[in-house]
Design a binder for this molecule. Structure first.
Ligand code: UD1
Length: 416
């Protein structure tokens, strides 16, 4: 079992180039299924979840190659419409293949994603939307069996702006006759990136980034080239690391507007932040001061995917910072591990109160989930002494060579 061994207490300095976004590349890989052509995707991070998505594409009959950060998916021929249970289990978000397979094949067979580290991961909103578009769905013994009747565009009103449900509906709607409108759609930038890819394939789709998306159905088969947007959560993670450790770090190839809630919280904590084009420079002197309450919300609110990393920063900042997790039920599993390092945190339901400023010390800790794991790395970088972070397969799901990036910034971190 590999682990990260970190000797904390060093300031970070230098430049990091942000990778392509995990939460954008996965739905876009799934979307290649609806475009019966050659899809060339640049800036694809080499993450485990991306490898899992590629396995699913190959299972369906697509020809997939990777050269550096470029993945080419030839989906001219699709031979299957199922995703086997082992592949579904490898990656929770594989449910994003449901809409595209139905759109392309008129039927689909998947297994339910079940729960995950963040609590139950329901897909009722995905299935309700597909049913309204004319898909007959049977859920039997953990299987989801879908048969498309005559698919017709309708108004789909989401009761919550779910990212996954919005993406699945957009993709299924490409096969519907007429116009589908998604109302109360998720507004995350990754959805706008998916729309941009689909537009390049010739799909008639508008509105992504706002809360109403319109899709005029129609098949596409056009060779397409697209560059995946920068990963705003990776950017947030390295900004938090620099804030917690102190130092002077510049992110390149990022989209500053996408991390506005992160940079504004960090500047309230005393970090000096400057933006120039597609780069962000953060300078911090320790200790920071406590930040205003952090409430996770759908975009453009504070991202749930950066809550844990910001909590690690709050542990190093003098004073009390309050967190309110509104998106996922079970997203404080990193708290117990942070407390092993000397953090003072009290959790009650969706609220966590961090009394920051007491020095953190090195400890043996375990990543409980992807972003919680990133928070432990940040805390360990800021702590005195040696930490060992285990269960790092969680971290590898979302960060390509995290130790190489952080070492280049001057951190003492190695994989053992
Ligand atoms: C996506 C991201 C994930 C991120 C999350 C929030 C991908 C692959 N995953 O997940 O990394 O943490 O957005 O930004 O992009 N819900 C329902 N019923 C549904 C669907 C969702 O009740 O059918 C609830 C969920 O339980 C959760 C909330 O809605 O409480 C948000 O979920 P959603 O926006 O769908 O997140 P994901 O698409 O799963």
């Amino acid at each position: 079992m590999s682990m990260l061994v970190i000797n904390g207490g060093r300031a970070l300095a230098g430049t990091v180039a942000v990778s392509g976004a995990k939460n954008s590349v996965l739905p876009i890989l799934a979307a290649t299924v609806v475009n019966a052509g050659r899809n060339v995707l640049h800036n694809c991070p080499d993450l485990r979840d991306v490898q899992s998505a590629i396995k699913i594409l190959r299972h369906l009959g697509c020809k997939v190659t990777r050269e550096g950060q470029t993945v080419t998916v030839d989906s001219s021929v699709i031979e299957r419409w199922d995703v086997p249970d082992d592949l579904m289990r490898e990656m929770r978000s594989s449910v994003i293949f449901l809409g595209p397979i139905i759109a392309r094949c008129g039927r689909a067979r998947l297994t339910t994603p079940g729960g995950c580290e963040l609590g139950p991961r329901p897909i009722d909103l995905h299935l309700d939307a597909l049913r309204r578009l004319g898909v007959h769905i049977e859920e039997r013994g953990g299987e989801i069996l879908c048969e498309a009747g005559k698919m017709e565009g309708r108004d789909i009103i989401l009761s919550f702006p779910s990212v996954g449900a919005t993406e699945n509906t957009m993709l299924a709607a490409t096969a519907c006759a007429g116009v589908t409108r998604i109302i109360n759609a998720a507004r995350e930038p990754e959805i706008a990136d998916l729309q941009e890819f689909l537009q390049k394939t010739g799909a008639n789709i508008t509105g992504a980034g706002g809360s109403e998306i319109s899709i005029v159905g129609g098949n596409t088969r056009r060779d397409t080239e697209h560059r995946i947007m920068p990963d705003r959560i990776e950017a947030a993670t390295y900004l938090c690391a620099a804030a917690a450790c102190g130092g002077d770090v510049t992110l390149r190839e990022c989209e500053p507007e996408h991390v506005g809630t992160i940079t504004s919280a960090l500047s309230e904590g005393g970090c000096e932040i400057s933006v120039a084009g597609r780069s962000i420079r953060l300078r911090a002197e320790r200790p920071l001061r406590a930040m205003p309450p952090v409430r996770t919300m759908p975009y453009p609110g504070f991202p749930t995917d950066a809550q844990a990393q910001m909590m690690a920063v709050a542990c190093t900042a003098r004073g009390t910072t309050i967190f309110l997790e509104n998106i996922f039920e079970n997203r404080y599993r990193h708290v117990g591990e942070l407390m092993r390092m000397g953090a003072h945190i009290k959790v009650s339901g969706r609220v966590a109160v961090v009394d920051g400023g007491a020095p953190l010390h090195g400890a043996m800790v375990q990543a409980t989930d992807l972003r919680g794991g990133a928070a432990l790395v940040i805390a360990a970088l800021a702590a005195h002494g040696e930490s060992r972070v285990g269960e790092i397969h969680h971290i590898d799901r979302g960060y390509e060579h995290i130790e190489t990036v952080l070492s280049a910034l001057g951190a003492d971190i190695r994989r053992e």
